[in-house]
Design a protein around this ligand. Structure first.
Ligand SMILES: Cc1cc2nc3c(=O)[nH]c(=O)nc-3n(C[C@H](O)[C@H](O)[C@H](O)COP(=O)(O)OP(=O)(O)OC[C@H]3O[C@@H](n4cnc5c(N)ncnc54)[C@H](O)[C@@H]3O)c2cc1C
Ligand code: SF4
Ligand code: SF4
Length: 735
């Protein structure tokens, strides 16, 4: 990891604290630097930038000390970028002064040599400008004259998608722009637009105001924009970094592996992707049943990744066909993202009968459009398990022609880990639930074929659940002897957990839970070896695996000595946004699904929205990334905005005047000193963006019209949309 010296910004010659403000403005202009370092004796006491200079124009009197920004924290020139990021978060500062050591050991002194910008640190360590940043980090983007908060949904999203922007673009009818924004961090919007567990919606401000069931339909809007781009046969063309001569092997082509492969290609690495299946996509294509998404759209997204120049090696089982040791010798780095594709079958009597299968294997075979051997079309099936995988196996069994399908769980019906909507859908097409029981044995007929599954009741009053995850604590299960009973069936599917089955003789470090031992950046204790996705985290969600892919690619890039992931920095874009007050009248709407009688085969069940539905849903977004822009040369600190704000989100603080500061706001949107006409008073406006709903009543009531609303976003301009197939030139009419 390079040191902070790499992004050092020069400061002009030090400026004594007692020079006049007007003189400091002249010195700053003559220096051509971003700021002056204000010193008293040898001590740095503050900074004076163009922003502070503006206040001088409005007033002009007094020494520079009166206008300078408070002293800011320092770091040594040789400190790491991470150390720089740490101090930005801790001290809530937009800049850090860099110092250099002088003098012999034990009598060392340090002198300031420049400063670094928070934005540059984040860009350098390969985070997007929003990655893990709190609101506070951006309060310092005063060089733009704006504060840049991160919206709650974006903070909650594991891949920090710029949700407010892409939702807003849908509301404006800019559907392709929306799709492009989504692709900045999300290579699988067709999947995540239908299947994401959407932590963003859980934390959406619209949900805080109108109740959690009324959060903005972020997931479905993503699907809408993606459907539009798909219908128009668009693809993304990436500006690639020059080839850097280094090679990386990616093992496993699930969403973690594919994401890492794409990121690494864009950074200039040669990437070989090893996959043991006959197709790419991992669980996306080889497990999640096809009625839950549009397979052609997934294939389109995977192809866009491969088109960046990823070299694909299918049917290559690493550990068997090629040893990991060999890959570590042949490549500069190896990323292992082998998932947890093997299902667990509980070792009860009869579990080795031919009609017993794991849900993972059942779904894998069905994903190739093959009906597994022994599957009883027209016969009954029992699925053992109460989670999302069990629901998928049960629905797939019904759609494959089973007569009656039972889903059987230890948990009572109201504590099932399956997603509620999927359970409702499954029950509508005939799924039978049997809860509060544990499997005892698989029963066979006289010819050695499955004839039923024996269960025993558990004491439901004794069951305990983990307060955080809501998962059943298996130690709390107590069987009730004498309650044994059999559900007759001809096929039994175990949906009772997944296993990481990467061969253990390959030298991969494992945790006690038999997952790969890696840190959140994907580093393992083996040099050159990185790992991520389900095989490290345990069974999780698509969006988590995508986040692993991004993080691992950044770590590999860092490990191989490169500094900036892509040679281009994001482009800063400032946009004005519309006012959506009418949206308060709309409630959330879910996308429709096919009626039950049409859901009996593997066709996708979720129907698309039309433009009106999508735009209405998008208008409900508060655009939490849109912030006040106050013209400080016009603001008279009258307090009208503070008085009218219905959310108590804003405080006008005037020095020397006792004013209510109950908003809890810390984002400074105005810091001004008024001229003599207004008694020379000085003050600030502070906003609490967790309260502000962008209603813009403050804008309406400002008597001097100094408030407008703007969005600042950091656009990835290395991406372009192009037609998937060349568009034929229009035919000319012959004369
Ligand atoms: C039935 C089911 C339904 C799900 N539904 C959802 C959902 O609706 N929403 C959601 O967010 N998540 C869902 N998930 C979870 C989600 O699919 C996973 O969290 C995600 O796919 C994990 O991605 P991954 O890249 O870590 O691994 P995987 O997708 O498992 O990919 C691992 C890849 O590695 C390959 N591989 C394994 N071993 C080797 C080897 N030795 N050599 C070469 N290649 C190897 C595998 O063949 C596979 O292609 C579901 C999971 C299942 C099982
Ligand atoms: S209102 Fe919009 S920007 Fe705010 S959290 Fe919800 S989706 Fe995100
Ligand atoms: S936009 Fe509305 S909620 Fe936000 S500060 Fe202005 S008046 Fe208050």
């Amino acid at each position: 990891m390079p040191s902070l010296s790499k992004i050092l910004l020069p400061i002009a010659a030090p400026c004594p604290a007692d020079v006049s403000a007007a003189d400091a403005v002249r010195r700053l202009a003559a220096s051509g630097a971003e700021m002056l370092l204000i010193e008293k004796g040898d001590v740095v006491v503050g900074l004076f930038s163009h922003r502070e200079a503006l206040a001088v124009y409005g007033d002009g009197a007094g020494p520079v000390e009166k206008y300078m920004r408070r002293p800011i924290p320092g770091r040594n020139l040789a400190d790491s970028m991470e150390a720089g990021a740490e101090i930005i978060y801790r001290e809530d500062t937009p800049y850090v002064i860099l110092t250099e050591d002088e003098g012999p050991l034990f009598r060392k002194t340090s002198r300031p040599v420049g400063l670094v910008d928070a934005f540059d640190i984040l860009a350098e360590i390969g985070k997007t400008t929003t990655d893990t940043a709190s609101n506070k980090v951006f309060t310092g983007r005063k060089d733009l004259g704006l504060s840049v908060p991160v919206s709650p949904c974006q903070r909650a999203c594991p891949i920090h998608q710029d949700i407010a922007a892409y939702v807003d673009y849908v509301s404006q009818g800019r559907y392709l722009d929306s799709w492009l924004v989504i692709h900045e961090t999300n290579p699988f919007p067709s999947m995540l637009g239908r299947l994401c567990n959407h932590p963003c919606e859980t934390d959406c401000k619209r949900g805080w105001v109108q109740g959690p069931e009324n959060a903005v339909s972020i997931k479905s809007l993503k699907r809408f924009a993606t459907d539009y781009a798909w219908a128009r046969r668009m693809k993304i063309s990436y500006q690639m970094a020059p080839e850097n001569g280094k090679r990386v092997a990616v093992v496993g082509s699930g969403c973690a592996g594919l994401t890492a492969a794409q990121d690494l290609r864009l950074m200039g690495y040669a990437v070989d992707l090893y996959e043991r299946e006959a197709k790419l996509g991992g669980l996306l294509s080889a497990s999640i049943p096809h009625f839950r998404f549009e397979l052609p759209q997934l294939e389109w997204e995977i192809q866009m990744i491969i088109d960046t120049g990823v070299n694909v090696l299918l049917n290559k089982n690493v550990g068997k066909d090629v040893k990991l040791e060999q890959l570590l010798a042949d490549y500069d780095s190896v990323f292992v993202s082998v998932g947890m594709m093997t299902g667990r079958i509980l070792p009860v009597p009869g579990s080795d009968l031919p009609e017993v299968i794991s849900a993972m294997e059942f779904l894998r075979i069905r994903s190739y459009d093959i009906v597994p051997d022994n599957f009883p079309k027209g016969g009954d099936v029992v699925v053992i398990g109460g989670g999302a995988v069990a629901t998928d196996a049960a629905q797939t069994s019904i759609k494959t022609g089973a007569r009656k399908v039972w889903m059987v769980s230890i948990e009572p019906a109201d504590r099932l880990p399956a997603f509620g909507n999927e359970l409702v859908e499954a029950r509508e097409i005939g799924l039978q639930l049997h809860t509060g029981v544990i499997v005892n044995a698989i029963k066979a007929d006289s010819r050695g074929h499955v004839s039923g599954v024996e269960f025993i009741r558990v004491d439901e009053s004794k069951l305990q659940f983990d307060p955080e995850s809501g998962k059943l604590l298996i130690n709390s299960v107590q069987k009730l002897p004498g309650t044994e009973h059999v559900i007759p069936c001809r096929y039994a599917i175990f949906a009772s957990g997944q296993i990481m089955d990467f061969p253990q003789d390959q030298g991969v470090p494992l945790t006690p839970r038999k997952l790969i031992d890696a840190n959140t950046g994907g580093y393992t204790s083996v040099s050159k070896l990185f790992a991520g996705g389900d095989c490290v985290q345990g069974p999780s969600f698509i969006v988590d695996a995508v986040a692993w892919g991004h993080r691992a690619a950044r770590s590999i890039n860092e490990f191989l000595g490169a500094s900036v992931p892509r040679d281009a920095k994001p482009l800063t874009v400032i946009e004005t946004t519309d006012d959506h007050r009418e949206a308060d009248y709309y409630l959330r709407e879910e996308p429709p699904i096919l009626p039950a009688e049409k859901r009996m085969d593997m066709s996708p069940v979720e129907l698309p929205w039309n433009d009106e539905q999508a735009i209405t849903a998008a208008l409900r977004c508060f655009q939490c990334d849109t912030v006040h822009h106050v013209d400080e040369s016009t603001c008279i600190l009258c307090g009208a905005c503070d008085d009218v704000c219905p959310e108590k989100a804003l405080d006008v603080v005037v020095s020397g005047e006792p004013r209510d500061t109950s908003s809890g706001g810390f984002v400074e949107i105005c810091n001004t000193v008024l001229g003599e006409d207004f008694g020379g008073k000085s003050g600030k406006i502070l906003v609490n963006y967790d309260r502000c709903t962008n209603c813009r009543i403050c804008e309406d009531h400002c008597p001097v019209n100094c408030i407008t609303f703007q969005r600042v976003r950091f656009r990835d301009d290395t991406m372009q949309m192009i037609p998937l197939t060349p568009v034929a030139a229009p035919a000319r009419a012959s004369k």
